[in-house]
Design a protein around this ligand. Sequence first.
Ligand code: FAD
Ligand code: NAG
Ligand code: NAG
Ligand code: NAG
Ligand code: NAG
Ligand code: NAG
Ligand code: NAG
Ligand code: NAG
Ligand code: NAG
Ligand code: NAG
Ligand code: NAG
Length: 620
Amino acid sequence: MAPKIRHILFSASILLLSSCVTLTAGVPASDATGSSPSGEKITYVVVGGGTAGLAVAARLSENVDNLVIVIEAGADGFDNANIKNLTGPSIQALPGSSVDYNYHSMPLKFAANQVVNMTRGKVLGGSSAVNGALFTHPSKTDLDTWESDFGATGWNWNSLSAAIDSAENFTPTARLASTTSFHGSNGPIFVTQRTPTGDVWTKGVIPAVVASGGKESNDQSGGDPTGIWYSPKAMFPNSTRSYSANSYYLPNAGRANLQVHVNSTVSRIVWAQDKSKNGQMVATGVEYLDASGQNTTVSGDRVILSAGAFGTPQVLELSGVGNPDILNPLGISTVVNLPAVGENLSEQPTSRYIAALAPNISNAGVQLTLNFESARTLLNSTEWDKAHELIQTAPPGLSDTAHKALIRMFEGDAPLIEFMGFPNPANLVFLPILLHPMSRGSSHIVSTDAKQAPQFDLALLESPFDLYILAKATERARRFATQDTVKPFVAAELAPGLNITTQEQFEQFVKNSVGLSYHPLGTAAFGSVVDKDLRVNGTANVFVVDASIIPLQPAAHPSALIYGIGEQAAKVLKASPLSQDADTANTNNPPPSAGRHSHSRNFALFLGTFVFGIVSTIIW
Ligand SMILES: Cc1cc2nc3c(=O)[nH]c(=O)nc-3n(C[C@H](O)[C@H](O)[C@H](O)COP(=O)(O)OP(=O)(O)OC[C@H]3O[C@@H](n4cnc5c(N)ncnc54)[C@H](O)[C@@H]3O)c2cc1C
Ligand SMILES: *[C@@H]1O[C@H](CO)[C@@H](O)[C@H](O)[C@H]1NC(C)=O
Ligand SMILES: *[C@@H]1O[C@H](CO)[C@@H](O)[C@H](O)[C@H]1NC(C)=O
Ligand SMILES: *[C@@H]1O[C@H](CO)[C@@H](O)[C@H](O)[C@H]1NC(C)=O
Ligand SMILES: *[C@@H]1O[C@H](CO)[C@@H](O)[C@H](O)[C@H]1NC(C)=O
Ligand SMILES: *[C@@H]1O[C@H](CO)[C@@H](O)[C@H](O)[C@H]1NC(C)=O
Ligand SMILES: *[C@@H]1O[C@H](CO)[C@@H](O)[C@H](O)[C@H]1NC(C)=O
Ligand SMILES: *[C@@H]1O[C@H](CO)[C@@H](O)[C@H](O)[C@H]1NC(C)=O
Ligand SMILES: *[C@@H]1O[C@H](CO)[C@@H](O)[C@H](O)[C@H]1NC(C)=O
Ligand SMILES: *[C@@H]1O[C@H](CO)[C@@H](O)[C@H](O)[C@H]1NC(C)=O
Ligand SMILES: *[C@@H]1O[C@H](CO)[C@@H](O)[C@H](O)[C@H]1NC(C)=O
């Protein structure tokens, strides 16, 4: 019996393998430009065709020697009018629809036990298809900590701001201040400001911010976002959304060496039976449920996880990379003991301030403003001392490294709060967003079924510092709205409500009404899960390219940075021959002397996996 099974599976593996080789060999040179210095043929399997996933896939497939296969759980979404249209009613229709995973948080223990819905794009383009499309460059301080504190050599403001610029195609808007040298002009993502209508911002809010000790910015994109500005959006000149699916993928969809499989959910990484000689696990490809529900395998030389801050730790854990205490009860054997997978989850909590517009103000316009302020602007000296005392105590799960960096940024007047000035036809809304929260949560699988949502604890407001700052920011939003310049535009405060006056009452209001910014990240971060080459610790050839690698929340909405991560990741990978995969940054061994040809290597590893599969079938 056993030998017969072996024979059948062995033939199947040869069939699959030959189809893979055919695809690789069939790439016409005219479809893409560039080749690697070594001329190596490399097959990349990208898990998740989202924001970063399609950016890295498009850039890697510029090189004809690379075959890039993207596996995306959602549909292509190109016929979804609500994705294209960036007006309020359209984007408000996306959460909870078929293109949203619509995850539910665990009850927020420090915020009235609320369960909040976390929108995540389940569609080609990922969350860039369903987001608010704000395109904001982070601050220099944020990005420099990656290199100085988290061991991410080569990942700093200089390299990442250049990478963001290469994602961006910025068009200035007449009469609005901007500094074109802070922006990219040749990238695939179109970015532009909207022209404000009405006088709410120009005559009301901007002078009010200045009168309250804030300032006006001419452009927040040059490394210091401080001040209020008409922040741009990722959209074409005709106001339709520019996102990874229509801007990175579609223009390159004709490349034969770029293949995208939609409606396909990756269930795990497939590992070679024998580890590479440095004891690192070697991936031979991934297993996925294809569009017809078939259990399928695709092989590759390198696996890139771009499944997002929840999806990436999920796939790692399903593949046996993580904390044995989480994997064992589910019957998953640990192949790499890496307890930081799914930990360090960080989300920026929000509060809100809402005032009804005066009856003679019909429309505040669709343009919004962002106002970034440091603790020095937000707080008076007594309050600053109080906050400085609160920041000394780390909440559970906050690493020493991150804690030190947060204290340094606080003391160095880094932006701490963003006021998002949000127009709607009837109200003037300020959403204070805590940019650098201390609280840390986690996200882990609770099932071996890849289609079951992970369970996550956002731990919002667990840190008293976080609560204190958001309460102060809510109070400050009221100060803007009650300045003389704003008074003619507003009728009455709707939230928090005039009966809220003490710090205690503001804190209670924040706990009861805390909101999400939908910026979760950090679950496979530099310094704990990936090294400077984005390689997952303990593996030879598994990389993470998405929001999971970000070690600290940036003073920004993160999509521009996440495109930049895709851009920079492609550069790093293009410059790294396969021989480096056996010689990870965690070892000091020299690379193997003999270069291997990827196809024969593929073949050997693939065969190894199948033989291993057969052996396990027979034994268990
Ligand atoms: C409602 C909302 C508003 C936002 N507003 C803004 C904004 O205005 N500006 C801004 O900068 N940022 C905004 N963001 C945040 C930003 O969009 C995200 O941080 C960013 O898009 C995340 O990129 P990513 O590549 O890490 O993940 P995603 O873009 O989410 O990509 C992950 C992809 O992986 C796929 N996937 C997951 N698991 C699997 C699997 N097992 N197999 C196959 N595929 C899988 C998913 O379907 C998805 O396509 C917003 C987010 C939301 C949800
Ligand atoms: C993917 O799924 C969607 C919705 O279920 C369907 O409309 C679409 O045709 C599918 N696409 C492919 C390529 O299977
Ligand atoms: C977008 O939607 C708004 C209303 O929701 C509508 O007025 C507008 O025409 C739409 N734009 C496009 C390009 O479809
Ligand atoms: C959260 O999602 C559920 C569906 O799972 C929905 O019923 C509920 O209205 C959503 N809540 C909010 C606040 O949108
Ligand atoms: C808007 O512009 C984009 C890019 O040029 C184009 O693909 C799209 O069809 C346009 N949409 C509308 C509604 O004109
Ligand atoms: C797919 O098939 C492999 C090999 O038979 C098996 O180990 C795995 O559990 C299957 N996966 C799913 C999700 O059914
Ligand atoms: C969080 O990340 C840090 C590195 O920044 C790491 O040292 C720590 O182990 C991680 N936390 C957990 C709980 O794994
Ligand atoms: C700072 O503001 C608080 C109210 O939050 C007030 O009690 C205190 O006197 C102020 N301190 C200074 C130095 O202005
Ligand atoms: C709106 O009407 C009020 C009361 O008549 C007036 O004080 C205010 O100046 C008006 N606002 C604007 C912006 O015209
Ligand atoms: C303030 O007023 C609102 C609405 O009337 C009420 O729900 C809330 O409990 C009040 N809060 C305080 C602290 O009095
Ligand atoms: C990676 O793992 C090795 C041991 O396997 C350890 O020495 C090293 O510190 C780890 N690196 C990170 C970034 O966790």
